[in-house]
Design a protein around this ligand. Structure first.
Ligand code: ATP
Ligand code: ATP
Ligand code: MG
Ligand code: MG
Ligand code: MG
Ligand code: MG
Length: 266
């Protein structure tokens, strides 16, 4: 086709190709989800339906893009990690960020009913997104540990806060005051002494978030090796969790036996 006289405008587009040979992380986060959670009657402090919908939406992203190595989610956020040598969209930042965000966001809406049943989706949710590069495996693992440390801190706080409000009959501001300046040990003690709750017995998915990872297993019937996406709720901060594979791939070392809803043939 002959070039039109308008085509020069294309030259205004800037190159946003990211550095080769580094891990690309895309992190999405729900916009104003404290309100979205209230508007949709999320159970406090953890609504399992919402976590499963987040996980399933992330799973549909992983299923679509083979260049994705791992994903990790907690609360209203999800991080997606592309393989180091990924060449999808020639590593253009805007393309990678937007395809991940739009696939995730549309899946969240598309699969809403699968997890929320009759609870009506009142308006379309919004997710923000950012793209970060990590040049070393150590940085990448520290990134994942950082996000998991975040869920631990928030979840212990929220679990104690909501126990004080829902079971201890404190107002939210009284509960906030009570927790001001407390350490982890203090919160564990409040839960145990005042409410007979052992924080360690909280579901792993609440305490640790969810890591989605690709895994090869042997199919029982055909005895063939098949690839699956597994969800893991393990402690990524412990020293022996990560194992190096051929210098540029990371995989969790000991995957828990998987029984969850996520596993699927890919
Ligand atoms: P921002 O737009 O800045 O991200 P936000 O309201 O989304 O604002 P976040 O720090 O992202 O703030 O926190 C997410 C909030 O969403 C939580 O504080 C909680 O209120 C709510 N939320 C997310 N997931 C769940 C869940 N599974 N169960 C209960 N509440 C949830
Ligand atoms: P890419 O992923 O590279 O964008 P693509 O198949 O989406 O690939 P585009 O150049 O974006 O290619 O073209 C969009 C195509 O979608 C059109 O060529 C046409 O086939 C189809 N399409 C989009 N909107 C309509 C429409 N309203 N009616 C019919 N076909 C449409
Ligand atoms: Mg945010
Ligand atoms: Mg948010
Ligand atoms: Mg958040
Ligand atoms: Mg197109």
């Amino acid at each position: 086709m002959a070039k039109s006289s308008f085509e020069y405008v294309k030259t205004f587009e800037l190159d946003d190709t990211v550095l080769p040979n580094s891990w690309i992380v895309v992190r999405l986060d729900g916009k104003c989800f404290h309100k979205f959670a209230d508007d949709h009657n999320f159970k406090k402090p953890n609504d399992i339906r919402a976590l499963r919908l987040m996980n399933y939406s992330a799973y549909s992203v992983l299923r679509e893009f083979n260049e994705l190595l791992l994903a990790y989610g907690q609360s209203d956020e999800y991080s997606f990690i592309f393989k180091k040598d990924c060449n999808l969209y020639k590593r253009r930042a805007a393309k990678l960020l937007t395809i991940v965000n739009s696939k995730f966001s549309s899946s969240y809406v598309f699969y809403w009913r699968k997890f929320f049943g009759d609870e009506e989706l009142k308006y379309p949710p919004t997710f923000d997104g950012r793209l970060i590069l990590y040049p070393s495996q150590e940085n990448l693992i520290d990134y994942l540990k950082w996000r998991q440390a975040d869920v631990h801190i928030n979840n212990l706080y929220n679990t104690t806060f909501w126990a004080l409000v829902l079971k201890g009959n404190l107002t939210p501001s009284q509960a906030e005051k009570r927790l001001c300046g407390t350490l982890s040990a203090d919160k564990n003690e409040i839960l145990f002494k005042e409410f007979g709750e052992n924080y360690n017995n909280e579901p792993e998915i609440f305490k640790r978030g969810t890591l989605l990872t690709r895994k090869c297993i042997t199919d029982e019937e055909s005895k063939k090796s098949v690839k699956i996406i597994a969800d893991v709720h393990d402690d990524m901060l412990k020293n022996n969790f990560w194992q190096e594979f051929s210098g540029h791939l990371i995989k969790p070392k000991n995957l828990l036996a998987h029984k969850g809803s996520m596993t699927d043939m890919i």
